[in-house]
Design a protein around this ligand. Structure first.
Ligand SMILES: NC(=O)c1ccc[n+]([C@@H]2O[C@H](COP(=O)([O-])OP(=O)(O)OC[C@H]3O[C@@H](n4cnc5c(N)ncnc54)[C@H](OP(=O)(O)O)[C@@H]3O)[C@@H](O)[C@H]2O)c1
Length: 351
């Protein structure tokens, strides 16, 4: 027998956690096409908190159903190893990267693709395809064993940074000279700032007073201001990673018609507020457009180049702190959820 664990949270109160334990046979019976994965290494950032905050809206609770009524499992990005398989192409020992539960194990129904497989389990069929794909590391040209920590932390975020910056360039910055970015200390925000450097716009970061120094130290923003400071009045685009209604209102009041575009990407402040003045950034639209413009290979080549440039620097910006097991996973979850995590360090958990 082997013990498996799953961390569940209360959907209405994300601070309430519980570890569920199961005693299961070492190698359980799998149906045709099923593969048993053992979770190995994951990252945890504010992005995972957002999955919980808008879990009902987007269907994030439906990926990994577990627990009782009102409970759910938070999805994480990371690596897992095949421990048992009914699929010849995915033998035990195969290492994969993708969307994983806060749990020691996961059974998927693998439908093979050129890069790995898709989980075709019934409960995932209706969910956004990007979250159902798993990459086999030996088939992934971007995989580098030495960069696993950076991959679990940044890869899901940096694709958004890459596409968001590209969409602004593609639209000539909507006539703006400045890009104002909130939650500037967050990884997705500073990844965007990195992509905007040298593109002919001023990049201004807004952040909490306690994170000003860290955000300045990145050297990616032309100016870093605390949330209550006033930005210069000039043609600007706002990229909102915070979701703060107060910051949005203050910017609209100050910039008026000079605010050429207001784009929502995240909600680190954990309030899902909708405002008709802001457009939601939908990464798959830009992904589709650039696949048509550049072809899938052209896009992969450009993203690969950008990713290599980013990872060459990212290790100097943010240190990695290692944790292990369900109890430390919960400690990290509570710290990130409470906004207590230090942006100068990022958390990787091995299971
Ligand atoms: N739409 C998309 O496709 C997409 C893709 C990726 C990420 N995102 C979103 O982008 C946002 C950033 O994600 P990330 O993983 O890059 O974040 P991260 O690196 O973990 O960001 C941490 C920062 O977020 C702010 N923050 C975190 N918790 C907070 C709290 N409880 N209260 C107030 N502020 C808090 C703080 O920044 P400040 O002090 O600077 O505010 C903190 O330094 C998330 O909302 C995520 O969902 C969206």
């Amino acid at each position: 027998m082997t013990t498996r664990w799953t961390v569940v949270v209360d959907r209405d109160d994300l601070t309430k956690t519980e570890v569920l334990h199961d005693e299961l046979p070492e190698l359980p019976e799998l149906s045709d096409c099923e593969v048993l994965l053992r979770t190995s290494r994951v990252g945890l950032t504010a992005n995972n908190v957002t999955y919980g905050v808008i879990g009902d809206l987007i269907g994030y609770w439906n990926f990994f159903p577990a627990g009782g009524p009102g409970q759910g499992v938070i999805p994480l990005w990371g690596f897992a190893d095949v421990v048992e398989s009914t699929v010849d192409a995915l033998p035990a020992g195969t290492r994969v990267y993708g969307y994983l539960p806060m749990a020691s194990h996961l059974v998927v129904r693998a439908k093979l693709t050129s890069a790995g497989f898709v989980d075709a389990s019934d409960h995932r069929v209706e969910l956004p395809a990007v979250y159902n794909s798993y990459l086999v590391t030996t088939q992934d040209p971007a995989y580098d064993e030495r960069l696993e920590d950076l991959q679990v932390l940044y890869r899901p975020l940096f694709l958004t940074s890459f596409l968001l910056a590209d969409q602004l360039v593609d639209n000539d910055f909507h006539g703006a000279k400045t890009v104002v970015i909130s939650s500037a200390s967050s990884k997705t925000a500073f990844g965007t700032a990195q992509r905007l450097r040298g593109q002919g716009v001023r990049v201004v970061g807004l952040t909490s007073p306690r994170n000003v120094e860290f955000t300045q130290s990145l050297g990616l923003y032309d100016a870093v201001l605390p949330y209550d400071a006033s930005v210069d009045v000039e043609p600007s685009v706002y990229l909102d990673f915070s979701g703060s209604a107060d910051v949005r209102s203050a910017l609209h009041s100050r910039l008026g018609a000079e605010l050429k575009k207001d784009i929502s990407i995240g909600l680190t402040h954990q309030a899902a507020s909708q405002d008709s003045r802001s457009e939601f950034f939908f990464a798959p639209d830009q992904l589709r457009k650039r696949t048509a413009d550049w072809g899938a290979d052209g896009l992969a080549q450009r993203f690969g180049e950008a990713w290599r440039g980013f990872t060459a620097q990212a290790g100097d910006w943010v240190g990695v702190v290692q944790h292990s097991g369900p109890d430390e996973l919960i400690d990290v979850w509570q710290a990130v959820l409470a906004g207590k995590a230090n942006p100068a360090s990022a958390d990787v958990i091995t299971f």
